[in-house]
Structures are given as C-alpha cells and as structure tokens.
Design a binder for this molecule. Sequence first.
Ligand SMILES: NC(=O)c1ccc[n+]([C@@H]2O[C@H](COP(=O)([O-])OP(=O)(O)OC[C@H]3O[C@@H](n4cnc5c(N)ncnc54)[C@H](O)[C@@H]3O)[C@@H](O)[C@H]2O)c1
Ligand SMILES: O=C(O)C1=N[C@H](C(=O)O)CCC1
Length: 236
Amino acid sequence: MNIGLFGYGKMGKMIEQLALQRGHNIVAKVDVDTKHINFSEMDVAIDFSTPDAAFNNITASIKNSVPIISGTTGWLAQYDQVVELCKEKQGALIYASNFSLGVNIFFELNAYLAKMMSNLEQYNVSMEEIHHTQKLDAPSGTAITLAEGIIEHTTYQDWQMESTGKHSIPITSKREGTVPGTHTVSYESDVDKIEIKHEAHNRKGFALGAVIAAEWIQGKTGIFSMRDVLNLSERT
Ligand SMILES: NC(=O)c1ccc[n+]([C@@H]2O[C@H](COP(=O)([O-])OP(=O)(O)OC[C@H]3O[C@@H](n4cnc5c(N)ncnc54)[C@H](O)[C@@H]3O)[C@@H](O)[C@H]2O)c1
Ligand SMILES: O=C(O)C1=N[C@H](C(=O)O)CCC1
C-alpha cells in the first residue's frame, strides 16, 4: 500500500516506522512547508497534523479521490462539512480521536458504565485528561469522545472545562512533561468513587491503529469509525 503522510511530526514519524515494518511504502511526507502534493501515487492518506491544517488536508485528499485516515484532533467544528464533501464525492473517511485498540475498548467500557450509572443520582461524573506540554488542543479529542459516550447514555447534556453545572460533565485538562495520554472517568458519591482509567505508555498503539485503519479502508467508500475497523459491535 502506498501511503501519503500529512504531518511529519511525532505521530507521522511513528506511523512511517510501523507502516514500513508492515511492508507499506511512504510516497509523500506532507508538512507545513510542502508546496506541491502528488496524490496520484497514494492509495491512502493519513493525517496527523494540526487543528488548523487538518480540514484542508482532509478535503484535498477527498477531492483527489484518496481515502483519508484522520487522527488530528481539535478541528471537529468542520466535521459536518467534511462528511458532506465525502458523501458528495463518494470518498472514504475514518476519523478517530484515538486509534489505539486499548482506548477503543475503553470507549466501550465507558459507555457500559454510563448505562449502569444513568439512574443513580447520588453519583456525579467528572473526567481528567493528562497530555504532554506540546499538545495544542484541550480538552483532548479522546476526552470529548468519552464525554459524548456518557451524554448518549445518561441525562448529562454537555461537557465543559472545569464546569460545575448539574447536567454538564466537567473535564480537567493537565499538560505535564512528555505524557503520551492518560484519561480517567470518575463517578463520585458522598460515600465512594468509581474510576476507570486508560494510560498510554507510548504512541505505538495510536500509530498501529491508524495503519490498520488505512489497510482496512482499501476498496471501501463511506464514512467509518474504529468501531467498524475493530469489529467491536461483535464483542459488546
Ligand atoms: N487520533 C489519535 O489516535 C491521535 C494520537 C496522537 C495524536 N493525535 C493528534 O494528532 C495530531 C498530531 O500529533 P503529533 O503528536 O504528531 O503532533 P506534532 O506537533 O508532533 O506533529 C504535527 C505536524 O504537523 C505539521 N503541520 C503543520 N501544518 C501542517 C500542514 N498544513 N500540513 C501538514 N502538516 C502540517 C507540523 O509541522 C508537525 O510536524 C494532534 O492533533 C494530536 O492531538 C491523535
Ligand atoms: O498527543 C496527542 O496530542 C494526543 N491526542 C489525541 C487526543 O487529543 O485525544 C489522542 C491521544 C494523544
């Protein structure tokens, strides 16, 4: 498979390493200074760039009929526009706030726990995410997906940074050293606390998930999720 990388930073480099190990070719490394992009050799594009750059990279890939795997976070205000374009052009897209197998299992666990807690008014939910100090966006995309999972199954209506509203999920974002990504969801009552936590040890899980998604999307058109790629509906 011929891969075009959009964003050749920490994730782009890790994806390159894993893709080469799995027998793929990197045919383009597009970064902030790239003047010309040759889409003609790409079987798939993988975007791990910046919140400001993602929309253009994704739409350019779709317009050039190249399936796109999008891992960049912080651009979701434009997600609906991308979906419209993808449908119009009969393109192929997977966006995931987190591509790791572990976090995608954690998403399922989060939804299951939210369902169990939905009628228990004595518990208040809150969330904490910790990432490295270079991270541009807050809260993390993963924290937003976790909040959406809780909102879907409970009476919580939205999330806010550090909020206190009864129907709002408070998210605390911390930026520390080189932490690759730690997410904790807590339900607290007067008498106890239930916590679920995912802690990434490094970026390999994110990168491997993105390459697996790129392999999976070959020959498909439509808008998919990591739930589809990992066939998680079979497990829940
Ligand atoms: N979905 C996931 O599993 C997952 C995992 C890790 C990181 N991320 C997200 O991926 C993104 C990148 O993370 P990172 O740690 O590699 O960041 P990084 O800062 O190390 O790399 C980003 C790269 O994008 C480049 N860039 C800037 N403008 C560009 C443009 N117009 N076109 C192409 N590249 C451009 C930067 O120069 C940089 O090299 C972030 O949004 C992060 O939140 C997602
Ligand atoms: O390093 C980052 O930046 C990460 N971003 C994603 C997010 O915002 O959830 C995934 C974890 C790492």
